[in-house]
Design a protein around this ligand. Structure first.
Ligand SMILES: *Cc1c(COP(=O)(O)O)cnc(C)c1O
Length: 380
């Protein structure tokens, strides 16, 4: 049981410059013919996830000896890259995901952007990528969201999804860390995650594939982890399941996480447990926020090893009341069924899951007080 803040949580707790302080730090090169109101509304009327993009993107270049330079907000569009760019061959890439929300008064906010800035740099250190100063990360997001403010939807449950990422663009086929890289942030208006209400998902525990292993890149948010999760995800879909749950690669016995979401178990006695960070698990900002909220509610919270066999036994005996997954996209998703080779169990409870969903989304939307200082105003 750990109550001390992780390195990432400590970095995320450092004070940030205000949006007004960093606004304009990245030069705006406005698009000549941005989307019309009608075009935007047509997109807003059929919002899904990751399909549509705004008029602009943030872009900066890193050159060894020069650092990050050419920081701009420019028209969204294709990149021209040398086919020898290292990212195409050796996958030197990291990314982040966060959202901008429109509050009732029209102002635009994000949730823990300092966490994403700190995690981008933690991932950067693992992938031998130069770190991006936190002020630059913020300036890119503030600049982009202010340029594309009209693209932040106001339909309940919708948001502007922001995808910052860094790719190795040096054209070189030798294997070493690149000396030239590009940082970009793109933005995509996205609709409510739960279209048919708060629907529980089904999860297939992969018997043989792992998303990461000891000493690997499991704790970094990098494309490679996702590439390796596609085959097991496909297998889960073929078995009729929504998502894959990965076990730890060292022993193949303990619950790690889903392909892109952390896992929580709520027990009948009110205690809550989530897999302890082993270096294979991606430390989610949503996970951290939920841990904080539960501790402040007075729940007993454990970050611990969760053997799959104990989880199954505890579900069967009724000791487990709820299981849920969490991440920026959905906030939380109830898990209603967990199956794998030789087992298939159902969980029906969801009150704690729903109450966490309500509390986190209320803070994000400015409908509840924010004692943790998690919300960050991007624009008036
Ligand atoms: C991004 C991600 C999460 C969730 O992180 P949040 O910061 O909560 O969005 C969980 N697991 C993996 C593998 C991820 O890539």
């Amino acid at each position: 049981m750990t109550e001390t803040l992780s390195e990432l949580e400590q970095a995320a707790a450092l004070p940030l410059p205000t949006a007004d302080e960093v606004a304009g730090a990245w030069d705006l090169h406005p698009k000549k013919h941005p989307a019309t109101r009608e075009q935007r509304e047509a997109i807003f009327n059929r919002l899904s996830f990751g399909v549509d993009y705004t008029d602009h993107m943030a872009h900066a270049v890193y050159d060894e000896g020069k650092g990050w330079h050419s920081k701009v907000i420019e028209p969204y569009g294709p990149l021209t890259l040398d086919p020898a760019a290292a990212v195409f061959h050796y996958g030197q890439e990291i990314f982040e995901g966060l959202k901008a929300y429109r509050h009732d008064d029209g102002s635009i906010w994000s949730f823990r952007p300092g966490y994403n800035a700190a995690r981008l740099n933690a991932s950067a250190r693992r992938l031998a990528i130069p770190e991006l100063p936190v002020e630059d990360f913020l300036a890119s997001i503030v600049g982009l969201v202010r340029a594309d403010a009209d693209w932040v939807p106001s339909v309940p449950g919708s948001s502007l999804y922001l995808r910052p990422f860094i790719i190795a663009t040096e054209p070189f086929l030798g294997v070493r860390s690149a000396r030239r890289l590009d940082y970009l942030c793109i933005a995509s208006p996205s609709g409510p995650y739960f279209v048919n209400g708060f629907q529980p998902i089904s999860v297939w525990v992969s018997p043989d594939y792992h998303r990461a292993g000891p000493g690997g890149t499991g704790a970094a948010k990098c494309g490679g982890n996702y590439a390796s999760s596609l085959v097991p995800k496909l297998a889960a879909h073929e078995e009729g399941f929504d998502e894959v749950c990965f076990l730890d690669a060292a022993t193949n016995t303990n619950v790690d996480e889903l392909g892109g979401m952390n896992v929580f178990v709520v027990y009948e006695d009110g205690s809550v447990s989530t897999p302890v960070l082993t270096g294979n698990i991606l430390e989610g900002g949503t996970r951290g926020a939920i841990l904080q909220i539960l501790r402040d509610r007075g729940n007993v919270v454990r970050e611990e090893t969760i053997p799959l066999q104990s989880l199954i036994a505890d579900i069967e005996s009724g000791k487990v009341a709820e299981v849920f997954a969490c991440g920026t996209a959905a906030v939380v998703t109830p898990i209603g069924r967990i199956a794998g080779e030789g087992f298939d169990v159902s969980v029906t409870g969801g009150d704690v899951t729903k109450s966490i969903y309500d509390q986190v989304t209320s803070i994000q939307l400015g409908h509840a007080p924010d004692p943790y200082n998690w919300t960050y105003q991007l624009s008036a």
